[in-house]
Design a protein around this ligand. Structure first.
Ligand SMILES: Nc1nc2c(ncn2[C@@H]2O[C@H](COP(=O)(O)OP(=O)(O)OP(=O)(O)O)[C@@H](O)[C@H]2O)c(=O)[nH]1
Ligand SMILES: [Mg+2]
Length: 369
């Protein structure tokens, strides 16, 4: 999973990046500019920790997320791309090419020492403003491609080009009325035709409201606090909040100290867990586990994945040679301690190719090489 951290300038993107990567990546020497910075973070996972306690494996492997911390995108940059001045936008788009989700950091903290680029703190305005830049950037790409397509279609028709033309015309209409592309449900074929483009407004969007140190109490009721009901009801949009500055400091503390500070501030959970959970929900993914003595490992898959596809997530050979999946639920595994005792108690299930893997399943694949 790959997540791009985006937003207006000076809203706390790098602060949140540090929090998500638990301060393990030194950001102090970073040059300002259009270059993005990349960090890989383990996904905290209490299921995995618990399984490791009972299996005592040689190795524990967490799922990982790759975070890309981007420079701020200022008002007007998407629009400039639309007007053919896309110099900086190309680098920006390139950094976001393979990103699964945009994590939009929205400034809600006030700080007299750090003037807001728009003159005042107004999360709702910034969400709209940023969305519009994404829409303009997409429209620039759509218009350019449509121009090219109309020339190509005059030379000779092909079903592929016609389908692409149709999809892009629909996109154009939507974008011109300021609708983001993440509202569209495309067929797999349509998706394939447009895969090569980086349409920013098509990516799932996680809004992360960055509140001030004194506003930790607002995190739980962030939607009402900032009037985000409309955003909350949108397709492919998730919302959460952090106290960026203070929570990134807490993230660097030993757990007992962290707990004390969190209690003082009225924080019920860690920012890291909040953001990961929301990202997983937004993308509709979860983890299943393999738990052998050499390695206990989490595997992230989309909901509705079959046992056969899950095998493929581990290795194509296991998918190709798939015979059966031996499945024990996380709860049974923790209670009984091993596949052997799960079998003895009759709670180990033998599942076939089409079995839909459930969150927390502990699986042993049987396969032929
Ligand atoms: N008061 C307050 N300041 C914050 C908070 N989060 C970030 N800041 C401050 O805002 C400034 C910018 O933070 P960064 O994390 O570098 O912001 P950014 O969005 O990465 O900035 P650019 O990459 O330059 O666009 C720093 O001085 C931070 O200390 C916060 O929650 N509260
Ligand atoms: Mg930054």
């Amino acid at each position: 999973m790959k997540i791009g951290i985006v937003g207006l300038p000076q809203v706390g993107k790098t602060t949140i990046f540090k929090l998500l990567t638990e301060g393990r990546i030194d950001t102090s020497s970073w040059v300002k500019g259009r270059e993005a910075h990349i960090g890989i973070a383990q996904v905290p996972d209490f299921h995995l920790d618990r399984l490791a306690e009972i299996v005592h494996p040689k190795k524990i492997t967490y799922a990982t997320v790759e975070y890309v911390d981007l420079p701020g995108l200022s008002r007007g940059e998407g629009k400039a791309a639309l007007e053919g001045q896309a110099k900086d936008m190309a680098t920006y788009l390139n950094s976001l090419k393979n990103v699964d989700t945009l994590l939009h950091v929205v400034r809600a903290f006030d700080d007299p020492n750090l003037p807001h680029t728009e003159g005042s703190v107004d999360p709702l305005r910034d969400i709209g403003l940023f969305e519009l830049e994404l829409i303009f950037s997409d429209l620039a790409i759509v218009e350019k491609r449509l121009e090219r397509l109309s020339k190509d279609l005059k030379k000779g028709k092909s079903p592929e080009l016609e389908m692409e033309n149709q999809v892009l015309q629909r996109f154009k209409e939507a974008l011109e009325t300021e609708q983001p592309l993440r509202n569209f449900d495309l067929t797999p074929e349509e998706e394939k035709r447009i895969k090569g483009f980086t349409f920013l407004s098509a990516k799932p969007l996680l809004l992360v409201i960055n509140v001030g140190d004194e506003d930790a109490g607002k995190i739980e009721r962030i939607i009402d606090e900032y009037g985000l009901q409309k955003q909350a009801s949108m397709h492919n949009v998730g919302i959460t909040a952090v106290c960026g500055r203070i929570e990134s400091e807490i993230a660097a503390l030993p757990p007992e100290d962290a707990r004390m500070f969190m209690d003082d501030l009225g924080l019920t959970g860690r920012a890291l867990d909040r953001i990961i959970q929301k990202s997983y929900d937004l993308l509709g993914v979860f983890s299943f586990y393999t738990a052998g003595e050499p390695e206990v490992r989490a595997w992230t898959i989309p909901s509705n994945t079959t046992a056969m596809q899950a095998a493929g997530a581990i290795h194509t050979d296991i998918e190709k040679g798939f015979i059966k999946a031996e499945v024990v639920s996380f709860e049974d595994m923790v209670e009984l301690g091993s596949f052997q005792s799960a079998k003895g108690k009759g709670v180990l299930r033998l599942e076939g190719k089409e079995y839909r893997v459930q969150e927390g399943d502990v699986i042993l694949f049987r396969f032929n090489l």
